[in-house]
Design a protein around this ligand. Structure first.
Ligand code: FAD
Length: 438
C-alpha cells in the first residue's frame, strides 16, 4: 500500500460515508475492511445452500434520514430504495376476516397528517386513541434533553398511557426504531423518533425499503475512491490505529496524513491509541457503558403468495414486522428487534413462531401454504442499547479530545443505532479532518 491522505478503518456505513465524502473533496483515501465485503452490519451474505445473496436483516430507512439519503445519492444509489407512504398494522384475524389498519398521511398538514387514518384505525380502542393523541401532543412539545436520564417507560408513565396503547402502538414503534424496549431505552432518542420520524413533515415517516441486496448499494465505492488515487482494501484487519499509523494483522504498517477509525465500539476501544500508545478515554468510558440488543431476521419462502400488502406490523404478535420481497407475496422477511427472548431458540422454534403469527393474521392465504425454505439470522450483538447511562456517556465522551478521528453509530449523533446515525458520524469525521488533510 502507498501512503494516502487518509486511511479509514472499517467499511461499514460510517466508514463508507467518511471515505466517500473525503474522496469527493479531493483526498486520496484507503478504506480498510476486515471482511470480504463492504457494509458492516448493513450488508448481505451468500446463502450457502442456494448461492443466493441475502441481507443479514431487512434494513429500513425513514424519510427523515436525510444524511443517509444523501449518502445514497453520492453512491449513485438514489433509486435503490422503494418508498412507502402507508404503514399496515395487522391484528389477529376475526375468523377469516383480515384486519388491516392503514396509517398514511391525509389532507391535513404536519403534524396532523396522520390524524385521519389514525382516527379510522381499527387496532386501537377509542380510549387508547385518545390517550395516544394526548401523548403525541405532549411529546411534540417535550424537550428531549430533560428526558435523557430517564427511560421511555418513565415518559409513558408520566403521560399516563394505558397498557393497550403501550403494547399495540408505542412499543412496536420504539422497539423497531431503537432496538430496545421502553424500560431500557432513554426517553431522549425515543422522543426524537416521534418528533422527527412521525411529526416533522408529511414525508418524514415514509419507509424506504431496499429493492436490491444491501451490498449492492456500495458497488460504486471503489470507483469513487479510485478517482482520487484511493482504494478499497477488503480482507485487511487492522490491529492498531494511531493518529497517522495503522498496523495490520499481518504486522505490516501503513502511514497516512490522517486516520479515521470507523470500527464498532468494542473493536475501536481495543485498537485505538494516541501517539504515545495511550488508550482513548472517551472510548473506554463508552465501552464500559455499552450493552447490546439482539435482532433476529427470518427469510421465508412459501409455495404461494401469502401476504398481499408490501409490509406489515403484526399487532399483538411476538413477530414484529414482516416485509414482502419486492411485491412478491411468496417471499417474506420477518424482523424481531429487542430479541433477547428469541436468540436462544432453535431455528425450528423461531420459524414455527413466525409462521404461527402470520397464520393468525392472514388465515385465508396461509391456509394450506407450505413454507419451502427458511433461513434464520441471529445478530446477538446487533446494536448498542441507547440506555440513559450510554446516552450520557456519548455526550461526555464527545467533549473529550480525540487523537484519532472516530466514526460509528455509537458516537454522539443524537440517533439510536441506525444507518442515519452511522452516516452522520462518517460525514462529521470527514468534515473534522477538512483542512487538516496533509
Ligand atoms: C440485524 C440488524 C438490523 C438493523 N436494522 C436497521 C434498520 O432497519 N435501519 C437502520 O437504520 N439501522 C439498522 N440497523 C443498524 C445499522 O445496521 C447500524 O447502526 C449501522 O450499519 C452501523 O454502521 P457502522 O459503520 O457504525 O458500524 P459497522 O456496520 O459495525 O461497521 C464496522 C466495520 O468495521 C469492520 N471491522 C471490524 N473490525 C475490523 C478490523 N480490525 N479491521 C478492519 N475492519 C474491521 C467490520 O467488519 C465492519 O464492516 C440494524 C442492524 C442490525 C445488526
Amino acid at each position: 500500500m502507498g501512503s494516502p491522505d487518509v486511511i479509514v478503518v472499517g467499511g461499514g456505513v460510517a466508514g463508507i460515508a467518511a471515505a466517500v465524502s473525503l474522496a469527493l473533496a479531493g483526498a486520496s483515501v484507503h478504506l480498510v475492511e476486515a471482511r470480504r465485503r463492504l457494509g458492516g452490519r448493513a450488508t448481505s451474505f451468500v446463502d450457502a445452500p442456494t448461492g443466493e445473496v441475502l441481507d443479514n436483516c431487512q434494513h429500513v430507512a425513514l424519510g427523515c434520514c436525510t444524511r443517509y439519503r444523501r449518502l445514497l445519492d453520492l453512491l449513485g444509489a438514489t433509486d435503490a430504495l422503494r418508498w412507502h407512504a402507508t404503514q399496515y398494522w395487522v391484528e389477529a384475524a376475526d375468523g377469516d376476516r383480515e384486519r388491516v389498519s392503514r396509517i398514511r398521511p391525509g389532507v391535513l398538514p404536519a403534524p396532523l397528517h396522520f390524524a385521519g387514518s389514525f382516527a379510522a384505525a381499527g387496532f386501537l380502542t377509542l380510549e387508547e386513541k385518545l390517550a395516544i393523541a394526548a401523548g403525541i401532543r405532549e411529546l411534540a412539545a417535550t424537550s428531549r434533553g430533560q428526558w435523557e436520564d430517564r427511560t421511555f417507560a418513565a415518559w409513558l408513565d408520566a403521560a399516563a398511557q394505558p397498557e393497550g396503547a403501550r403494547r399495540k402502538f408505542w412499543e412496536p414503534v420504539i422497539v423497531s426504531a431503537c432496538n430496545a424496549w421502553p424500560d431500557r431505552v432513554s426517553a431522549s432518542p425515543a422522543i426524537k423518533v416521534f418528533q422527527e420520524g412521525l411529526l416533522a413533515s408529511r414525508d418524514a415517516a415514509m419507509m424506504g425499503v431496499p429493492r436490491v441486496p444491501l451490498v449492492r448499494l456500495y458497488e460504486e465505492v471503489p470507483a469513487l475512491l479510485g478517482a482520487t488515487g484511493g482504494r478499497v482494501l477488503l480482507g485487511h484487519a487492522a490491529t492498531s490505529i494511531q493518529p497517522r499509523l495503522v498496523t495490520m494483522a499481518d504486522g505490516s504498517t501503513v502511514r497516512a496524513g490522517r486516520v479515521i477509525c470507523a470500527l464498532p465500539l468494542e473493536k475501536a476501544v481495543v485498537a485505538v491509541r494516541d501517539e504515545r500508545g495511550e488508550v482513548d478515554r472517551g472510548l473506554t468510558l463508552l465501552a464500559s457503558r455499552q450493552t447490546f440488543s439482539p435482532i433476529v431476521g427470518v427469510h421465508l419462502d412459501f409455495d404461494r403468495p401469502v401476504m398481499e400488502i408490501p409490509h406489515a406490523v403484526l399487532v399483538g404478535a411476538a413477530t414484529q414486522w414482516v416485509f414482502g420481497h419486492e411485491g412478491d407475496g411468496r417471499r417474506l422477511h420477518a424482523v424481531v428487534s429487542g430479541a433477547a427472548g428469541w436468540v436462544e431458540w432453535s431455528q425450528e422454534q423461531i420459524v414455527e413462531q413466525v409462521v404461527a403469527d402470520l397464520a393468525a393474521r392472514f388465515p385465508r392465504s396461509m391456509r394450506g401454504a407450505t413454507c419451502t425454505r427458511a433461513r434464520v439470522v441471529k445478530e446477538r450483538r446487533a446494536t448498542f442499547e441507547a440506555t440513559p447511562s450510554f446516552e450520557r456517556a456519548r455526550r461526555v465522551a464527545a467533549r473529550w479530545e480525540q487523537a484519532v478521528s472516530l466514526a460509528g453509530d455509537y458516537t454522539d449523533t443524537d440517533w439510536p443505532a441506525t444507518m442515519e446515525g452511522a452516516t452522520i458520524s462518517g460525514f462529521e469525521a470527514a468534515r473534522r479532518l477538512g483542512g487538516r488533510i496533509r
